[in-house]
Design a protein around this ligand. Sequence first.
Ligand code: C2O
Length: 551
Amino acid sequence: LIFSVHYVQIQTKNVTRLCHTKSLLTVNGQYPGPTLFAREGDRVVVKVTNHIPNNVTIHWHGIRQLRSAWADGPAYVTQCPIQTGQSYVYKFTIKGQRGTLWWHAHISWLRASLYGPIIIYPKKHASYPFPKPHQEVPILFGEWWNANTETVINQAMQNGGGPNVSDAYTINGLPGFLYNCSAKHTFRLKVIPAKTYLFRIINAALNDELFFAIANHTLTVVETDAVYVKPFQTNVILISPGQTTNVLFTAKSQPAPNATFLMSARPYVTGTGTFDNSTTVGILEYVSTNVRSANSSLSLFPVMKPTLPALNDTSFAANFSQKIRSLGSKKFPAAVPQKVDRQFLFTVGLGLNPCPKGQTCQGPNGTKFAASINNISFVLPTTALLQAHFFSQSKGVYTTSFPDNPPFHFNYTGAPPNNTRTLNDTRLKVVPFNSSIQLVLQDTSIVGPESHPLHLHGFNFFVVGQGVGNYNVTTDPSNFNLVDPPERNTVGVPSGGWVALRFRADNPGVWFMHCHLEVHTSWGLKMAWVVLNGNGKSQSLPPPPKDLPSC
Ligand code: C2O
């Protein structure tokens, strides 16, 4: 067992982008934050100290946290936040996972600047199931606001309207030269002809699914959400907030002299309302080409631009997700639950609630935007759910009455129903240890069909089916892929469609599930599962660490 100990200081730092300087929340003064390197089997210990005025927590997105739910990180779910001047030590062991994941703040919208990669190498002497790359390069997408994050949240929450859209998308914190004032804030990557690279791509954007491509080059997808997949080639990838995708990239053996290849990312948008359709670019160039300074005019050189799908290309999205299959090899089998103990159908979507007295709301017709799962807009408590559960103190904190099915016919019809209201409550769903769960997520059309990247903490699930329109409980299961479905922690519920997931509830604790579009999470598109202890110590959650923050 290897211990890696990290000290993390959350502090403010002045950062300039788009000619705007603002005081940014950072980890150790870095934006984006530092990479957490580990190896499968490692014990990871991270001491997080809060030096900012805000409460904060850190979540290790995609880490299974087997028997270590106390280290998962979502505020008011598994822990109370770390207050100013306080510390908390996150301790967990990485079991049965290797690949790319990421960490981010998990309170309010602080993940806007508090995020970074987690790179888990295979065990010593173990290798990748693909040729060893010459070099590995993390590529993180993010969003930059000139305004304060607080102002952005208030717009979405207090005014009840859509959030202010970000001023730029970024690649590794850099907007790229297409944006105002950003020529020197452009990500540049130099590659050697004929060499193969592993790009570890992470979508840390707050509110946008993104297309990504590199001009004149194909990408070979080899891993999604830290699970190996059957390799496939594509010109473009689609990646939702929360997801990670590893691709192999082989540099041309004889690139055109001086050619510059742009890498671009731009949103995939299926909803209505205001959004930013701008493009972040980075520059890929060959070491053989003339070295030019960061400020030299690009127009002197041939610049190849990639073509990205249309903003709302739902058929690209459907085809792309169909191509992702678990590797399912002897060494890396796909352990898909073949039979199911518990079945659930959850609707996910937006709603419109009346504007509270004394407020002016900016939603359609003066309403306030809401979002829900099975019509419940989840309300976080002011204490932590996991503690309440562990110490049997749920009274006044939550109930266990989360509905197994939509409360009324509430699924995708293509037209909004009359009742668009949601119910605000804190309801959890309890399942026994080791039960195998089938969960169908159905997009609604209350405000309009929209794709929702749903993320489940504490588990990987298998995406056994997907489709457009309404899920059909009698005919659709016969088409489920129970052989090599993708295994992930975040899945895009298709716009006006559904996905069917299966997972084994083998991890006791309280586990958050939510849309990874931050604005939808804030509007209530979230809930939590309680997975009970099994028999004996090995199937039970140990008591909390002594330094677990209190509220
Ligand atoms: Cu990446 Cu609950 O989050």
